[in-house]
Design a protein around this ligand. Structure first.
Ligand code: SPD
Length: 427
């Protein structure tokens, strides 16, 4: 070869779109493509951009392989650059063509043509020699793979190992569990973070305890969604509860938790739990009036099967199935990230329960986009949520149950809203 390197530029078209949108599959194929060609892989760095697309590079001792994917066009742009004679980039090309199930067009360029560049007498000072060899036996590839939860304008990214522990595409959604580096295992639905082992207690304590501490008669509870088990774990801390009916639409969420989320899945065999795999919207539509003391809507974001959990018809049914002093709490999205949904849901609840009977809470959700999340509480009777608790009793409950987020001070504070949020919610 009369050049320093060979550079193949490839247009992969007609690819398998699912593969193009799967960051760990792409990373794996790119690493394998390097290895089958005889390259020594040094590191990989891959990002997924929700909802679509992956970008990444595999750095090899002989240069690099890079990819950018557009699943919506079934297209990937790839460049394979190798230096020296030992690695044949066309072997990598062949591997990727099969992995992406692609047709292609490609050109090869010689880089650093030796008839136009000349070697200088530059001598590096830190050359490895036989007294300081590379430890190829214990060599580990440094992987840098990121999961991103985003809309068109904002994002939250978490780094994970690159391996997906659970991955099921169900009739409803894609359910996955990732092993993140900073937050433990993470459950994601359709590329949106549902919970992580490290910070799920913020959400699960706040969706249960403020409303439970305000409830006068907590016996019969309905949970819509909640398949990861975090909400029922908190609910069963109340000995007054006689029955919890949980209606989760997607069994895969329960299975993912049972397999991979040991700190969340603790109550699935509680005899007071009636777990129904089915449609929560239909369940409340068919339930008898005045059945439940508390309804908790622990759903996903309003895309896919959770969309119906953000409608007037659904909340009107929820109000109907509550007892006379019953209460409801629902996850209300983020005032910063999903402003419209946040406001619309609040106004919808006010239309059904009455303006004075809907109370908004904010809390820190460190792994949800924007980090600021809301819960909306509605009651059949008029209440003063900041003060209607027995502070000493709440404090003792918090201590006894060793809660990590909620406490008697935070109870009142979580109903205090920033001015911009008050303005958003004015009706
Ligand atoms: N963007 C995330 C909103 C998810 C709310 N539900 C989470 C389920 C945890 N049980």
């Amino acid at each position: 070869m009369n050049a320093l390197g060979r550079h193949i530029l490839v247009e992969f078209t007609g690819c398998n779109a699912d593969v193009l949108n799967d960051v760990s599959a792409i990373e794996k194929s790119m690493i394998q493509a390097a290895q089958v060609a005889g390259a020594t892989v040094i590191s990989s760095n891959f990002h997924h951009f929700s909802p679509w697309g992956v970008s990444g590079v595999v750095v090899i001792q002989e240069s690099h392989l890079a990819i950018h994917t557009w699943p919506e066009y079934r297209y990937a742009s790839v460049d394979l650059f190798t230096c020296g004679e030992t690695v044949d980039p066309w072997v990598s090309f062949e591997h990727l063509k099969q992995a992406l199930e692609a047709t292609y067009s490609a050109i090869e360029l010689n880089r650093g043509a030796l008839n136009i560049i000349k070697k200088s007498d530059y001598k590096p000072t830190n050359v490895r020699d036989s007294s300081n060899p590379i430890d190829t036996k214990n060599f580990k590839i440094a992987r840098n793979v990121w999961f991103t939860d985003k809309d068109d304008m904002q994002a939250l990214s978490l780094r994970y190992t690159g391996d997906v522990l659970f991955d099921e595409k169900t009739d409803f959604q894609q359910v996955r569990v990732f092993d993140t580096l900073a937050y433990g295992k993470m459950l994601a639905i359709n590329n949106m973070v549902m919970c992580t082992e490290r910070d799920e207690f913020h959400y699960h304590e706040m969706i249960v305890h403020p409303v439970a501490q305000l409830s006068k008669n907590l016996k019969n509870v309905l949970v819509i969604g909640g398949g990861d088990g975090g909400t029922i774990r908190e609910l069963f801390k109340y000995s007054s509860i006689e029955k919890v009916t949980m209606v989760e639409i997607d069994e895969a969420v329960v299975n993912a938790s049972k397999k991979h989320l040991p700190t969340l899945n603790t109550e699935f065999s509680n005899p007071k739990l009636n777990l129904i795999i089915g449609d929560g919207i239909e369940h409340v539509r068919n339930a008898k009036a005045g059945t439940y003391d508390l309804v908790i809507v622990d759903g996903s974001d309003p895309v896919g099967p959770a969309e119906g959990l953000f409608t007037k018809a659904f909340y009107a049914d929820c109000a109907r199935v509550l007892t006379d002093d019953g209460m409801l709490v629902t996850q209300g999205e983020s005032p910063m990230f999903h402003t419209n949904t946040f406001v619309e849901l609040n106004h919808c609840l006010k239309d059904i329960f009455g303006i004075q009977k809907v109370h908004t809470m904010l809390f820190h959700a460190t792994t949800y986009p924007s980090g600021m999340w809301s819960l909306m509480m509605a009651s059949k009777k008029t209440i003063s949520p900041k003060t209607d608790i027995d502070t000493a009793k709440t404090a003792s409950f918090v201590k006894q149950k060793n809660l990590k987020y909620y406490n008697e001070e935070l109870h009142s504070a979580s109903f205090c809203l920033p001015n911009f949020v008050k303005t958003l919610l004015e009706k």
